[in-house]
Design a protein around this ligand. Structure first.
Ligand SMILES: N[C@@H](CCC(=O)N[C@@H](CS)C(=O)NCC(=O)O)C(=O)O
Length: 348
């Protein structure tokens, strides 16, 4: 282990401390302000894999491993990029078990845990690299003084034996641009130069109002922040519906990063968020364009393999006892996203 580089918090990275929070956040359900509003804290490991000469993290085949939970939308967007870009052979991945468990004896923290065998939970596997039991253990391996949340995704460097990044918004950018010499679909650019300003602009309101918006609805502990979050959420969904009535994708006629970022929330919407997070003013399947668009993206080669609805439902309904104390998993609605869609009408 002498070659191990332990990267502690990069200089300038905002610490996870947030004075207005009641306690130091160790899981998302702790991130509730006194006002009853959910406020997500920033990620900590922010290194970037780069083709630039002299880069510490070069885009080498076989060097990196992505730790995910199929349940997690942020991790799923990274897996989606891996699949769409054709990086399966270059980057390996492991999913944890869907339901949070105790991560350490004598400690109340609940979080992501690896399965003990390949058969314990279909889709989940033991940690193939470090043989650890939890995602928390990976953070402890990478940084001796880590004290934040133990989130997925985690992009792990097998060579330096540390965490490259735990910020999905940046991991997808690395997958999009830095591995093109290795990727099977290296020419596919989901963040093309001419659309960057538009993608950034769309990402901004979709993240705040939809991706994180559903959590702001679900984790609110007072009526007012819930009401505010839900109004913003549905304004944004209505806006997406309007855009998608006129064009095939959010930023025009080609698929971009913005679409993948929206998809991971939409695919969970009717099965989970409508019930568990009280996002029930309107269901996804009541929005004809958004619904068909979700089906289209689900049907992009590789994408359906990123959606494990069993893990998604087990996680949300089973891991937040403050919202769903008995952990009952609703049986419906079991939507078939592989059914035909009407989005080809835009290519005529
Ligand atoms: N900013 C992170 C957020 C990741 C995140 O919040 N992941 C959740 C799962 S959906 C998590 O691992 N939560 C663990 C916890 O809250 O303890 C990213 O986008 O990569």
């Amino acid at each position: 282990m002498s070659s191990v580089v332990r990267l502690s918090l990069p200089l300038g990275t905002p610490r996870l401390l947030r004075p207005s929070l009641c306690t130091m956040a160790r899981t998302a359900v702790d991130e509730i302000e006194k006002s009853g509003a959910f406020v997500r804290s920033p990620s900590t490991f922010r290194n970037f894999i780069s083709r630039d000469q002299g880069s510490t993290f070069l885009p080498e085949s076989g060097r990196y491993h992505l730790y995910i939970s199929y349940a997690c939308p942020w991790a799923s967007r990274c897996l989606s990029f891996m699949k769409i870009k054709g990086l399966d052979k270059a980057i390996s991945f492991t999913s944890v078990k869907p339901k949070w468990e105790r991560t350490k004896e004598g400690d109340a923290h609940m979080g992501w845990v690896f399965s003990a065998s390949d058969t314990e939970e279909p889709g989940a596997e033991p940690d193939p690299l470090n043989g650890v039991k939890t995602i928390r253990d990976l953070y402890d391996l990478a940084s001796a003084n880590y004290s934040g949340k133990y989130t997925v995704p985690v992009l792990w460097d097998k060579k330096l034996e540390t965490i490259v990044s735990n910020e999905s918004a940046e991991i997808i950018r690395m997958f999009n641009s830095e591995f093109n010499d290795i990727a099977e679909n290296g020419d596919l650019d989901l963040y093309p130069q001419h659309l960057r300003a538009q993608v950034d602009e769309v990402n901004e309101w979709i993240y705040n109002r939809i991706n994180n918006g559903v959590y702001r609805c679900g984790f609110a502990t007072k009526q007012e922040p819930y009401d505010q979050a839900i109004d913003k959420l549905y304004e944004a969904l209505d806006k997406c519906e309007e855009i998608l009535a006129k064009q095939r994708y959010l930023c025009g006629s080609s698929l971009t990063e913005a679409d993948i970022r929206l998809f991971v929330t939409l695919i969970r919407f009717d099965e989970v968020y409508a019930v568990h997070f009280k996002c029930n003013k309107k269901l996804l399947r009541e929005y004809p364009n958004l619904f068909n668009y979700t089906k289209e993206i689900f049907q992009i080669p590789g994408m359906s393999s990123t959606v494990n609805m069993d893990h998604i439902k087990k996680h949300y309904y089973g891991s937040h006892p403050s919202i769903n104390p008995y952990g009952i998993i609703p049986q419906g609605p079991n939507i078939d996203y592989s059914a035909p869609h009407d989005r080809e009408r835009f290519s005529l």
